[in-house]
Design a protein around this ligand. Sequence first.
Ligand code: FAD
Length: 288
Amino acid sequence: MREILERGERSFSFEFFPPRDEAGEQQLWDAIRALEPYRPSFVSVTYGAGGGTRDKTVSITSRIARETSLTPVAHLTCVGHTRAELQRILDTYAAEGVQHVMLLRGDPSEGPRAEWTPTTGGLTYAVELVELARSRGDFRIGVAAFPEGHPSAYSLDADADVLVAKAKAGAEFAVTQMFFRASDYFGLVERVRDRGVDIPIMPGIMPILNLNAIRRQGELIGTDVPADVVARISAHEGDPAAMRAQGIALAAELCEELLAGGAPGLHFYTLNRSKATLEVFAALNVTV
Ligand code: FAD
């Protein structure tokens, strides 16, 4: 990531999640293949809250490393794992040729706003996982960042302190939670720079294709959907195609504002589909 940015290039990246079944797997690989020509600096694969998809993060990132030209970033969370288990998973990533990892605390099974209790013998905060990975091998480490603050952070300043601590522990880049006001992103960047830390912070872009679902998710994770955004999409109530087009237009406008204001790139939450990202690229005149 740093090398790409130091060459003066913009970073585009795409996030996927491990699918539950074969149809989902096909959809994921179709999306990966459709987005591959855009030469993203990385593609990341999330780590599930529990159950069967966790192993899939390992197998999908290994396959991306083996079979495509892409750089996979494997997510890993502290949820439900002891330190020894986390060490083993990190070692597996390294053995499979996955050198880039996105290290997170994860959320309680009751959701992001529930009280967090670490697993016995496990880790409490993402910063400890960053330290563990640094002690385990030559990983390039990404971490989460929150333009509107993590929902359980005391203040925006305390939230910035956490990101700074993760950078000082060895994280090389950060990716943000979804957000819809460029000013929230620039505020976070300013707080981090004021603390003397220059970690690249990739804005996480989620085009609004289903307003109600995004508002529900936003309430859980602490992302506000601004009234003007709601109004522009709701104006097309009853016309799903127009609502979708408005969601894409809003995402493209946000991307333009972010890039014009100095964001080092864009990270797209793809939901394992390429269509919305390609529509935003078309609006931004990004070509292969
Ligand atoms: P942390 O950095 O540990 O922060 C968690 C909370 O603890 C914050 O309120 C922080 O302010 C506080 N805190 C941190 N350190 C300290 C400290 N030393 N002292 C006191 N307070 C502290 N979830 C998944 O389950 N799987 C995924 O793959 C996944 N990918 C994600 C990718 C991105 C880009 C983002 C933004 C989020 C992702 N999440 C994922 C969700 C993430 O796990 C949650 O947002 C989680 O609540 C916070 O994770 P974190 O890594 O930021 O935790």
